[in-house]
Design a protein around this ligand. Structure first.
Ligand code: GTP
Ligand code: MG
Length: 335
């Protein structure tokens, strides 16, 4: 009710919608770019299978979860069924192979949290990160892609939020702000809890897809073509949802007690998860449960300084959506 009352104060809501939709459309990657990504993947498959015939390559992250804006890098997972593989040695060898095939800037980052090989393909101009056996990321990529097919407003909202986060400098995990993956989970949670709900909770429904990865059972309903009308009782447009998203994170989320959980489709308590105090480097100042690795808080990178930055940015965005004469410009102004 609040939402309607507030947004009715903006007489320009129709124009705003139109402009947010044009921003969304301008961010969608062209078919040509998708084709180039495929071309690079095919090249990598050829090179990898010469050395490891049983290895498989999967795309994950934004190039495969439908939340990728144009000109993004691609994330590739190399899956190989070999129990005693040493990841560092493997990555160094992989880097060698790729280097000798004219790929540029090949670099093995063996000490990162997720060890990877980075490279750039001079033909397509695309950069790429390759990790080993990170199959959970491939599965959560499918979950996100399935959610995106239920209601187009998820993809619209997430593109706007990611664009805002990049413009405002709050999509930098090494500086204590959130990953793109975390922002998409925040959007899914938001659309699950709004009334009437725009998204269901796929992990709370009948299981039609199930895999076990690293002892974690990943099960959910994936016949999403049957859910195309799920959100149709909610008529809110993208401008209203952007407004409500930022209001939620500025004024309605209980940072002291709540964990958002798309796995359960609701809020769970920090106490229940034992996320009430700092443990090691995990501070749990904003809590975003991973849908499968449920002991994993995507907000763990946020510290006492960056939480302030984040919350001020949410408040700034909420204010702009309410009062600014030209939110589609001001919202994305570089910081
Ligand atoms: P952009 O590259 O910014 O467009 O977004 P992205 O969707 O590729 O997201 P990001 O680079 O943040 O993450 C890549 C993928 O890694 C995600 O889509 C997840 O599948 C996976 N992932 C799993 N756990 C984590 C985590 O703790 N942090 C991040 N960043 N990614 C994770
Ligand atoms: Mg990525």
């Amino acid at each position: 009710r609040n939402l309607k009352r507030h947004m009715e104060c903006r007489r320009d809501i129709g124009t705003l919608n139109f402009r947010f939709l044009s921003i969304y459309e301008s961010l969608i990657p062209e078919e040509e770019e998708k084709a180039k990504q495929k071309q690079l993947l095919t090249l990598l498959e050829k090179l990898v299978s010469k050395e490891w015939p049983k290895a498989q390559l999967f795309l994950y992250g934004s190039c495969a979860n439908s939340f990728g804006v144009s000109k993004s890098d691609i994330d590739v997972c190399l899956a190989i069924d070999d129990a005693d593989i040493n990841k560092s040695e493997f990555l160094l060898k992989l880097a060698d192979i790729l280097q000798s095939d004219n790929l540029q800037n090949v670099q093995a980052l063996t000490r990162a949290r997720v060890p990877i090989v980075k490279l750039k393909d001079p033909v397509t101009g695309i950069s790429c990160d390759i990790c080993i056996n990170n199959v959970l990321a491939v599965v959560n990529t499918k979950l996100l892609r399935d959610y995106a097919q239920i209601d187009v407003r998820l993809r619209q909202l997430a593109f706007i939020v990611k664009h805002w986060a990049k413009s405002r400098g709050v999509n930098e995990t090494y500086q204590g702000t959130l990953s793109s993956y975390a922002y998409v989970l925040m959007c899914i949670h938001f659309l699950q809890q709004c009334k009437p709900a725009i998204l269901p909770c796929l992990q709370g429904m009948q299981t039609t897809y199930s895999v076990t990865v690293d002892d974690i059972q990943c099960a959910f309903f994936d016949q999403v073509e049957r859910l195309r009308h799920f959100g149709s009782h909610n008529k809110e447009s993208i401008a209203q949802l952007v407004w409500a998203f930022f209001n939620y994170w500025a004024y309605h989320h209980d940072y002291a007690n709540d964990v958002i959980s798309i796995r359960t489709g609701s809020i769970i308590s920090k106490r229940e998860k034992d996320w009430t105090r700092r443990k090691g480097n995990d501070r749990h100042l904003i809590c975003i449960e991973d849908p499968f690795e449920i002991s994993h808080d995507l907000g763990r990178v946020v510290d006492k300084f960056s939480i302030k930055v984040l919350r001020e940015e949410f408040e700034r965005a909420a204010y702009i959506m309410q009062y600014d004469p030209d939110p589609c410009v001001t919202l994305f102004e570089p910081y």
